[in-house]
Design a protein around this ligand. Structure first.
Ligand SMILES: *[C@@H]1O[C@H](CO)[C@@H](O)[C@H](O)[C@H]1NC(C)=O
Ligand SMILES: *[C@@H]1O[C@H](CO)[C@@H](O)[C@H](O)[C@H]1NC(C)=O
Ligand SMILES: *[C@@H]1O[C@H](CO)[C@@H](O)[C@H](O)[C@H]1NC(C)=O
Ligand SMILES: *[C@@H]1O[C@H](CO)[C@@H](O)[C@H](O)[C@H]1NC(C)=O
Length: 814
């Protein structure tokens, strides 16, 4: 009830407020309605380079002896080269059963309409070749760099910092070092990196002796300095910095919870400061997403492999496509699995899960041994070769055989480093090899890894930042997110081009989300995308999804067959488009672009956000399937207007869910659970819903008491224009709910909300009326007039469900 429904064809064009931050964000290639034209115009200048590139690759293919990228003769290669070797250990019947079990997910790869397929194909294209060309290897020259640096002189104070541990930790150390120096108003000095940062204990590993390697051997130095200077951050090369003896050493671990504050307070006067490895030394409370995010992305985007390592990346990509091809033709693309199952990881997971600090850590080793099931749940096609990255030297052979055997039996064409590492690379340090694999991961069509691994978590964040598909297989959360405030929680809503009278609410929702900038907005859109609201959404960085459910016809038939009974419950059943539209949310797990996510936040369009929302804010452990909160009353069934959805679980259940949804003697009404999509979601997921309720702070209603900590206000029941018309006419379509709103928290929220849509009359009028009602005399007249001071008029408990459904019914007649 009270969720956005249907009807009017009023369309208004709103002038999009576009903040500097919004403008500077580059357009995402996944925004389908822009993609074709944008892509073509971006491509045009590159046509010759593309042709040249193709010709070059062709030559390379002909000229390059296949043996050069074939496996070396190291013993482990024999074990990992032959897919047959893996499949032996696995019971074939078992494998067949599993295949059947996941066959129910076939809808995952079927069903999208042509527009989505075209989008997906264009995106694939973008992900593979074009990015490499657009982000090309053209480097600024040293002269260009020198010229730019004259505009970014070094600061009076400088800071040296160390890096520690393996490849991803070193990459992050650089980010934190630059960030910390930037916050302190100091010029950072480029650190020395390490060839081998393997952690044999929990102690950090730092650069010593022969293990040291110059930054320029790992990353493209000129590019890094140039890109950072463009972001306004000058970095000193070691030879430009004062001598080590000029520096005062400080150990960050001794500074307490507020590292920046303590450094500033105690060492603010010290001219040259040298700190140890800053990795994860700044607490989440100390991070400031708004200020830190641009610096973090500038540093990450600026670190691209040095030329020699980049050549290895290209050779590996080429080799993977060759080996993964069928019938002598190279594969057009490949997928990437970062499989964390080394012995050190097994040990790490035991320790990590049992840290006695009360934090829930429940997803370290999960699902590793049924990777075939996970890959199906994340729609990894067996037609695309799968590169599996692991540090094979340290993997228990039996474990490798079991896990990889299942992948092979499930039909995946598996390729490992043993087959495709260029021979020359074998003499490179451990972290150089990791860097090459990391970038091979950037070239993949799909990427999946373990979110507890820094390597995979960072790759996932960077890929999503570039608009590329990335997922994690271990369930739960992304533990790095609080320490690196750049993760965006996907937020999904459905909308259409014929609900013009609700556009103002949608705009407030989208703008409030953009204000906090921790959500990635997606709209499953129905109707005319050239309509004003369709264009507005695109202009406001909402990723638009076209999706025609496979069950559309069957649902409409069911509705038709039971038209008479259905209409008693809801007039929604009269309008096929509206009916399908409200049911769209049950397809969250099978919409192609969303298939990379473990959790998404679904909301109706009649909401606005009051605080930054992060995945962990929903409380750990995260929901096993779906989580929703109360409707009008504190009772079951719950309100499907806001859903925290676990997509892999929903995908696993999808077929059974649809069967229950469509096989119902009461048409599309579910006795005891209510009508339509809300009814069936409550029915199917009753157990999980009851056992883990969504906090009210994520579905706060303005007719309840004010909640200063609420994240999300839901105009459930009366919409702002209906509250206004109640003030004008004294008539409320929702019994006493309009009065309740004015007597409870509506006015406090409405004033915050109105700021997002200053051009909308409804918003200004409601805010003004509220100001007027804060006058105690007027309020007391209002209270007398509504007669609501006595709680006697409240609906009795045994009538509550009836009330809820009646209200629903009335709502839908709008
Ligand atoms: C950390 O200290 C700085 C400077 O003293 C202060 O501005 C900032 O608010 C503090 N941050 C936290 C989270 O305490
Ligand atoms: C550092 O301290 C100075 C005063 O001591 C203060 O003005 C400045 O805001 C502080 N900077 C940070 C980043 O805390
Ligand atoms: C991981 O597995 C453990 C043990 O089976 C389980 O208790 C936990 O809920 C799982 N975590 C997730 C996120 O699925
Ligand atoms: C879609 O909307 C645009 C803009 O309002 C209009 O010009 C166009 O005719 C509409 N297309 C259809 C198929 O209704």
């Amino acid at each position: 009830m009270g969720r956005l429904r249907v009807s009017a064809r009023v369309g208004r064009e709103g002038r999009g407020r576009s903040s500097a931050r919004e403008r500077s964000r580059s357009s995402s290639p996944s925004r389908w309605s822009q993609t074709p034209n944008a892509l073509i115009s971006r491509l045009r200048p590159y046509t010759f380079r593309v042709l040249g590139c193709i010709a070059f690759l062709g030559l390379l293919y002909v000229a390059w002896p296949r043996a050069s990228y074939k496996a070396s003769n190291r013993a482990r290669a024999v074990e990992f080269r032959s897919p047959q070797a893996w499949s032996n250990g696995v019971d074939v019947d078992d494998a067949a059963t599993r295949r059947k079990a996941v066959a129910g997910n076939s809808a995952v790869t079927t069903g999208p309409n042509l527009a989505v397929k075209v989008t997906t194909n264009l995106r694939d294209l973008a992900e593979q070749g074009i990015n490499a060309i657009l982000n090309g290897r053209t480097s600024p020259t040293r002269e260009q760099l020198g010229e730019l640096l004259t505009t970014v002189p070094p600061k009076h104070q400088t800071m040296r910092f160390q890096v520690c541990n393996g490849f991803a930790n070193q990459r992050l150390s650089v980010v934190y070092g630059v960030l910390l120096a930037h916050r302190l108003g100091r010029t950072p000095v480029l650190p020395v990196l390490m060839r081998d940062g393997i952690q044999r204990t929990d102690a950090t590993v730092t650069a010593q002796g022969a293990n040291k390697v110059d930054f320029s051997e790992v990353y493209d130095l000129t590019y890094f300095l140039y890109e950072m200077a463009k972001a306004g951050i000058r970095i000193l090369e070691p030879h430009e910095a004062p001598m080590h003896s000029a520096y005062m050493d400080v150990s960050l671990g001794t500074l307490g919870a507020n590292v920046t504050g303590a450094l500033n307070a105690s060492y603010g006067h010290v001219r040259h400061l040298s700190v140890d490895c800053p990795l994860f030394k700044m607490t989440p409370q100390e991070m400031n997403q708004h200020e830190d995010e641009p610096v973090i992305w500038a540093a990450l985007d600026a670190m691209r492999p040095a030329d020699k390592l980049y050549e290895y990346v290209e050779r590996m990509q080429h080799a993977i496509k060759q080996l993964g091809g069928v019938g002598g033709k190279p594969a057009p693309k490949y997928n990437f699995l970062h499989l964390r199952m080394e012995n050190d990881w097994v040990e790490h997971c035991k320790r990590w899960s049992s840290i006695p600090d009360g934090v829930v850590r429940d997803n370290c080793y999960n699902n590793t041994e049924e990777m075939d099931v996970q890959l199906r749940l994340f729609a990894f096609s067996t037609d695309v070769p799968l590169y599996v990255a692991s540090y094979w030297d340290d993997v228990d052979p039996d474990r490798a055989k079991a896990v990889m055997g299942r992948l092979v039996d499930a039909g995946y064409r598996v390729i490992t480093s043993a087959e495709v590492f260029p021979d020359a690379m074998r003499s490179e340090g451990r972290e150089m090899r990791a860097l090459v694999e990391y970038h091979v991961g950037f070239g993949a069509n799909r990427f999946i890894g373990n979110s507890v691994s820094t390597f995979a978590a960072l790759a996932l964040l960077e890929r999503r930042h570039r608009g590329q598909w990335a997922a994690y297989y271990n369930g739960g959360n992304l533990p790095i997110a609080p320490y690196l405030p750049v993760h965006k929680l996907p937020w999904v809503f459905t909308y259409n081009s014929w609900s013009g009278k609700y556009d103002y609410m949608l705009k407030a929702a989208v703008r409030s989300a953009a204000h906090f900038n921790t959500l990635k907005p997606y709209c499953i859109f129905d109707g005319n995308t050239s309509s004003p609201i369709g264009r507005w959404l695109v202009d406001n960085k909402v990723t638009m999804i076209r999706h025609v459910p496979t069950w559309r016809q069957e649902l409409l038939q069911k509705a038709q067959a039971r038209m008479k009974e259905n209409l008693q419950h809801s007039h929604l059943y009269k309008n096929p488009d509206a009916l399908v539209s409200t049911f769209q949310r049950v397809d969250l797990p099978v919409v192609p672009i969303l298939d990379q996510y473990t959790y998404v936040l679904y909301t109706d369009a009649d909401v606005y956000f009051r605080r930054a929302i992060h995945l962990d804010d929903f409380g750990l452990p995260l929901p096993r399937s779906v989580s929703m909160s109360y409707e009008f009353y504190k009772m079951f069934p719950y309100n499907a207007g806001i859903i925290m959805a676990n997509l892999p679980t929903m995908r696993r259940n999808y077929k059974k869910f649809l069967a229950m949804m469509l096989d119902n003697d009461n048409g599309l009404y579910y006795p005891n659970y209510g009508p339509a999509d809300q009814g069936i979601i409550n029915k199917f997921y009753e157990h999980d819903l009851r056992s883990q309720m969504l906090n009210q702070a994520f579905n706060t209603k303005p007719y309840n008491d004010f909640d200063p900590l609420s994240y999300l206000i839901h105009y459930h029941g009366p919409k702002p224009h209906e509250y206004l018309s109640y003030l004008d006419t004294g008539v409320c379509d929702f019994y006493n709910v309009c009065e309740q709103g004015f007597l409870k928290s509506l006015c406090q929220y409405a004033r915050e909300w109105a700021v997002y849509i200053p051009e909308e009359m409804v918003a200004t009028r409601l805010a003004d009326s509220c100001t007027w009602l804060t006058n105690p005399t007027i309020m007391s007249v209002f209270q007398k007039k509504t007669g609501l001071v006595q709680p006697g008029q409240v609906v009795p408990d045994d009538k509550k469900q009836e009330f809820t459904q009646k209200t629903h019914h009335r709502r839908l007649r709008l």
